[in-house]
Unconditional design. Structure first.
Length: 92
């Protein structure tokens, strides 16, 4: 192989190397953008999961309050019935 052929192949390989590096750089940029998007999505999903947890706790609290209020109302009705019976006995 003569000197001219060597220079030709060296130039060809350098050109290919430069083109490959450019393309790899573009691929790296794309992966960086994808990674940034995934990070944002992960943050949003974490917030949604935390929100769902708090909504679940709120539902549990609300159900306990419903039971408490139903019990209080039942007791008030029982007391009202007792007072009515006592008043009926007193009026007789």
């Amino acid at each position: 192989m003569d000197q001219e052929s060597m220079k030709f192949f060296e130039g060809l390989f350098r050109s290919l190397e430069a083109e490959m590096n450019q393309r790899f750089d573009r691929v790296d940029e794309r992966f960086d953008r994808v990674e940034a998007r995934l990070d944002r999505m992960e943050a949003r999903l974490d917030k949604i999961a935390a929100g769902a947890h708090y909504v679940t706790r709120l539902v549990e609290w609300s159900e306990k309050q419903d039971l408490f209020q139903a019990d209080t109302l039942r007791r008030m009705n029982d007391l009202a019935d007792r007072v009515k019976r006592l008043e009926d006995l007193k009026s007789q």
